[in-house]
Design a protein around this ligand. Sequence first.
Ligand SMILES: Cc1cc2nc3c(=O)[nH]c(=O)nc-3n(C[C@H](O)[C@H](O)[C@H](O)COP(=O)(O)O)c2cc1C
Length: 177
Amino acid sequence: MNVSVKAPVPDVLAAEAGQRFRDGMALLAGAVTIVTTDGENGRHGFTATAVCSVSDTPPTLLVCINRTTSAHPHVLDHGVLAVNVLGGAQQTLSSAFGSRSKTMDERFEGARWRRGVTGAPLLEEALATFECRVERVVEAGTHTVVFAQVLDVHLAGEQTDGLVWFARRYAVVPTSC
Ligand SMILES: Cc1cc2nc3c(=O)[nH]c(=O)nc-3n(C[C@H](O)[C@H](O)[C@H](O)COP(=O)(O)O)c2cc1C
């Protein structure tokens, strides 16, 4: 559904090429995840912070994927993905999956993983892993918003630090302050 905007929207942000938008969004801390998929096009994964809970009935989350990200067509083709929530000790893994200079083999070599019910790789060290089936996609600017139904959830069980991306750098969030 498209919502028609009645109030005039100033074009000032466009004139700044979105820099102020990006500067503001850099202050919106986000949990660091690695989104993975597997299927006929092989194993793929990338670091993502644009992940959000949508509904718990049915359990649904969304992931915003830049169309230039190499995993983008494969997530849509395979129709399955896993969201792996990283802990504070996994910055190196996040950097590997967020780097264009690493091949998929190099990214997965640095991880311990197993296949889940959908075939998507589940990272052993993840704090939580969501196994999902793609339900719906919405194109929005440079990104595709992927709505995914959660088929299973795995929890690490032990309390450990979280990893967030804030002000363009990593920060470790302790379980208790
Ligand atoms: C902390 C961090 C968060 C990121 N969040 C996202 C995201 O939410 N969506 C996205 O499409 N790309 C995101 N990226 C970028 C992808 O991880 C990156 O473009 C991708 O790994 C590039 O490699 P590839 O296209 O060669 O696979 C993020 C990168 C980092 C380092």
